[in-house]
Ligand binder design. Structure first.
Ligand SMILES: [Zn+2]
Length: 255
């Protein structure tokens, strides 16, 4: 389908549209998907949109009761270890588990969702890295946390970066530009006009992963910009006012 490329397969089942990462084809025990626009649009607000998350679970073939999410994502750098479907992590932006049957879910629309698998210790993580989280280095911090909890080594992990606002559309003013320069240098910043700059946030995030020892060939980016593909993928910036609360959902599960 339309969004398919070397890194993702665009699929549709029961009205739910999603992208499946080819990087995980070698690991049939891992489900790693990114749900986009479809007949069952997902909402940031879980309780008002329960029915659509049930449809999502059915479409992906996961157990709805096995879904664990952080009801409130706060653009911080905290990760929670999930040991049971009864766990209720909140106000965190990364979840990790080594328990099969638990589906970790994050909701994003422009922010980068990062899916991580450690095939040696059979542990996974799902990370919400918006521009604030990218500056706080939540993704490398979560992989370090996986090292503490599961013995994960950075050089073993397979990482997928889900669609997010791309370098052609993530335009910022001087205050944000200065923070990115301080953290990542100038190589992923270009000036777009007198007052504005374009930032390649996925490239900054990729640099921060390579810095802690993640192998470049193990980092797989969908290469898809949420704004460019707003007809198929939710974008907070590009969605209309009545769709501002709609989200894409990243899902990772050890089956
Ligand atoms: Zn774009």
């Amino acid at each position: 389908m339309e969004l398919s490329n070397n890194e993702v397969r665009h699929k549709k089942n029961l009205g739910v549209e999603y992208l499946e990462f080819t990087a995980f084809d070698a690991y049939p025990n891992i489900l790693a998907d990114f749900a986009i626009r479809g007949q069952a649009n997902l909402d940031y607000n879980w309780s008002e949109n329960n029915g659509n998350y049930i449809k999502l679970a059915m479409a992906l073939g996961i157990d709805y009761d096995g879904i664990v999410k952080a009801p409130e994502q706060v653009h911080g750098d905290e990760a929670a270890r999930v040991n049971s479907i009864m766990d209720t992590p909140n106000r965190v932006d990364a979840l990790m588990t080594n328990v099969s049957g638990i589906s970790l879910v994050m909701r994003v629309a422009d922010c980068i969702a990062v899916l991580v698998y450690d095939p040696v210790n059979n542990a996974v993580a799902n990370i919400h890295s918006g521009w604030r989280g990218t500056l706080l280095r939540i993704a490398p911090k979560t992989i370090r946390r996986m090292a503490d909890e599961y013995g994960t080594k950075s050089e073993d992990v397979v990482v997928a970066l889900c669609p997010s606002i791309g370098p052609d559309h993530f335009e910022v003013t001087e205050d944000v530009r200065a923070q990115f320069e301080a953290e990542f240098g100038l190589s992923h910043i270009t000036q777009s006009d007198e007052m504005h700059y374009l930032i390649d946030a996925p490239a900054c995030l990729t640099d921060s992963l390579i810095e802690i020892g993640v192998q470049p060939q193990n980092i797989h980016s969908s290469g898809l910009c949420t704004v460019c593909h707003n007809n198929l993928i939710h974008s907070y910036r590009a969605n209309t006012d009545d769709e501002k609360t709609c989200r894409n959902a990243s899902i990772i599960c050890i089956m």
